[in-house]
Design a binder for this molecule. Sequence first.
Ligand SMILES: [Zn+2]
Length: 144
Amino acid sequence: MSEQADPTELDGTFEADGRVTLFGFDSTPARAWLRPRSKAWRVSGVIRIVAITVVVAPMVTVIPPHAPWLLGVLGGGTYLARRRWNWRFTLEALEGACPKCGATLQVSPGRLRDPHGLSCDSCHNDVELRVPAEALEAHGGTAE
Ligand SMILES: [Zn+2]
């Protein structure tokens, strides 16, 4: 049996109160566990993505029709590098209920967006998590 770390206990993770909204329904309170991402973490990710892009780009040009593959790899690399650079917080866990059906919302850890779109597993509506900017600024930034 593998020992999995509790996402709320990860290094630097903090709790922030937010709201879950769905158009036409009253918003519900939510508690988010967020992990600030350091500049070093973001820069190392960008360097790794650029390195992979630089290695893969010449390899795909040997496949006809050469140019579209090259543009695809360069475009994909640019997108991923930009995404990593703007990754300020990781949403590790969430405690909140769907505004429509009241079901508990599930999240898998990932980049916090503003607003952060979620799908309710119960009623399949797309709800949005909003974390106030003040809560993020206290920990060094804003969500992208
Ligand atoms: Zn629901």
